[in-house]
Ligand binder design. Structure first.
Ligand SMILES: Nc1ncnc2c1ncn2[C@@H]1O[C@H](COP(=O)(O)OP(=O)(O)OP(=O)(O)O)[C@@H](O)[C@H]1O
Ligand SMILES: O=C(O)c1ccc[n+]([C@@H]2O[C@H](COP(=O)([O-])O)[C@@H](O)[C@H]2O)c1
Length: 194
């Protein structure tokens, strides 16, 4: 049984903050692999300045070429939008469940709004959630504290976001250190976020 951590996101674009977390989990937890699940449309986000699924997938691919334990997943590309994680998990279980055990990877910021996710109880009943620290406002709900299915991971904190990268790039700033080189090159050559 392969233990897989699912890292859901829009990855518009993927940046080193994402990569550091994913790599930390495959190296320092019991997870064998981390899959980047590229979400066509996140339930709480607008589609503004969102690149095509294909381009976001391509950038994830570029970012993880040298990391054999990191994989991209396009499972949500053919599912109805917005993409609810609980529904995606059913599809993943159907397709790979026989020999894969799936857990979720989430920042502490997302755990604070996890009670607003569709059928979050069902997610938590069937899956563990690996939570890494993130600078954010608010409190984790009482029901998620001391929950044995919520596993705290001591990963480094890297406070950068895709929004920051898109805006800075648009303003002509140099953001190269925040992206794997191949991602930066792809983004620059394709004239994205200008
Ligand atoms: N610097 C970071 N460190 C750790 N986790 C991050 C970081 N940036 C984003 N994440 C988390 O990674 C997941 C996927 O991120 P997502 O693609 O939505 O990126 P984002 O950088 O927050 O994007 P945007 O700025 O476009 O909203 C989300 O759960 C998000 O909270
Ligand atoms: O299933 C839900 O209700 C749900 C609500 C919000 C977010 N998500 C998932 O969490 C991922 C990260 O969310 P966000 O808003 O931080 O980009 C997003 O890509 C979705 O896959 C899922």
């Amino acid at each position: 049984m392969k233990k897989v951590g699912l890292f859901f996101g829009t990855f518009n674009p993927i940046h080193i903050g994402h990569l550091v977390i994913a790599n930390h989990l495959v190296e320092f937890s019991d997870l064998d692999e981390v899959w980047f699940v590229i979400t066509p449309q996140s339930p709480f986000k607008t589609k503004q300045s969102l690149l095509d699924d294909h381009h976001r997938y391509q950038m994830v691919n570029e970012a993880i070429q040298d990391y054999p334990k990191l994989k991209p997943s396009t499972i949500e590309f053919d599912l109805p939008q917005p993409n609810y994680t609980v529904d995606t998990l059913v599809h993943l279980e159907e397709k790979y469940g026989k020999d894969h055990h799936f857990s979720l990877i989430m920042g502490e910021d997302n755990l604070k709004s996890f009670h607003k996710w569709k059928n979050y109880e069902a997610i938590l009943e069937l899956h563990d959630i690996y939570v890494y620290p993130r600078v954010s406002h608010g409190e984790v709900e009482h029901r998620f504290k001391d929950n044995p299915k919520i596993i705290k991971v001591d990963a480094p904190i890297m406070e950068i976001s895709s929004t920051f990268i898109r805006n800075a790039h648009h303003d002509g700033k140099n953001i190269r250190p925040l992206l794997p080189y191949a991602v930066w090159k792809y983004m620059d050559e394709m004239n994205f976020y200008r």
